[in-house]
Design a protein around this ligand. Structure first.
Ligand code: PEP
Ligand code: MN
Length: 350
């Protein structure tokens, strides 16, 4: 951490700062003090992850305090060089092979879910998704079948063998999630910074998908993931876009985050092009873009009849799921081999 005093500030301010650092357990031997012509700069050496920079910035005469090392360092590759691989109940390995998670936004009825489950299974998906409890903005919208939805998800799993992923909206629902043995607990964008909910997932022995909240910066997203990771190492990150000035799309899918996450952190990351764009026609191209950027998989909304969907029809695909999975696999294989098939590795003749 680097702390800059304001120009002209003297030893009096520096002493105040040093005493506060001492209170926080930072001894003098961990400080590197540079006295410039106009201002004093203090560097803190070693682990500063438990320090709050704003506590030092609050001192009158301190200009700013910035962290240099990553506060979520347990999630960085410096700390854990191997990529985390998460094995699902069907043996699929997230982080090691392409993960395709597909299904309707909401479980609407038994027939709709079973149809969707058969479709995605046949297309080659690895996980069935479907919301039983739906976070809807306005009252009066379809909020999911609740426990009945969990029942149908369990039924679809029995028939297809696909693990099920569904959103946990509140800790009070955890006993029901256990009852239906939900395979993957999804934390939605709206709850990305619901810290009680995140902390509760430490006790869960199942993988969790954590969606990045709209407008949640990457650094805060990683800290949210760390909350779960502190007790449950099976965390899958999901990029699903930000609300922006764009009026054409529901959200702007922030694929910038993917290469950075893959370079710096060891957790697997998937991309949700349905919520990330809000538009059916954008789903295939943006999925391919996500995979090319380095994502470990895709989470996509698939409905047997998107025109009649009770929730998120405009961003749901149908028969295209087959092509999406086919092309995604080729793209994944090619890019993970460290080449884009343009002759750069000598194995793929262009
Ligand atoms: C969902 O995946 O069903 C969902 C509600 O997504 P998000 O939390 O990203 O809005
Ligand atoms: Mn949805």
């Amino acid at each position: 951490m680097i702390i800059n005093l304001k120009p002209g500030e003297d030893e009096k301010t520096l002493n105040k700062l040093v005493s506060r650092l001492e209170e926080d357990g930072i001894t003098n031997d961990r400080l590197s003090i540079i006295r410039g012509e106009n201002s004093i700069v203090v560097g803190i050496i070693g682990d500063t992850s438990k320090l709050d920079p704003r506590r030092y910035q609050a001192i009158l005469g301190v200009d700013n305090a910035v962290r240099i090392s990553d506060p979520a360092k347990e999630l960085t590759k410096l700390f854990h060089p191997e990529n985390t691989v998460i094995e699902l109940s069907n043996g699929h390995k997230v982080g090691k092979e392409l993960t395709m998670i597909a299904g309707p936004c909401a479980v609407e009825n038994r027939e709709q879910l079973l149809k969707a489950a058969r479709m995605v299974k046949e297309a080659g998906a690895n996980v069935l998704r479907g919301g039983a409890y739906k976070p809807r903005t306005g009252p009066g919208s379809f909020e999911g079948l609740r426990e009945e939805g969990l029942e149908y998800l369990a039924l679809a799993r029995e028939e297809t063998g696909l693990p099920i992923a569904t959103e946990l909206m509140d800790t009070s629902l955890m006993p029901l999630f256990e009852k239906y043995d939900v395979d993957i607990y999804q934390i939605g964008a709206r709850n990305c910074q619901n810290f009680y909910l995140l902390d509760a997932l430490r006790e869960v022995k199942k993988p969790a998908i954590l969606k990045r909240g709209s407008s949640v910066p990457l650094e805060e997203f990683m800290l949210a993931a760390l909350r779960i990771y502190n007790g449950n190492k099976q965390v899958i990150l999901c990029e699903r876009g930000d609300r922006s000035v764009d009026k054409v799309h529901r959200n702007v899918l922030n694929l910038n985050n993917i290469p950075i996450i893959k370079q710096k952190y060891h957790l697997p990351v998937i991309v949700d092009p349905s919520h990330g764009t809000g538009r059916r026609e954008s789903i295939l191209p943006m999925s391919y873009a996500g995979i090319a950027a380095g994502a470990d998989g895709i989470l996509v909304e698939v409905h047997p009849n998107p025109e009649e969907a009770l929730c998120d029809g405009p961003q749901s695909i149908n028969g295209e799921i087959k092509r999406l999975i086919e092309v995604s696999r080729t793209l994944y294989e090619t890019t993970r081999n460290g080449c884009f098939g343009n002759g750069c590795c000598g194995r793929h003749k262009s």
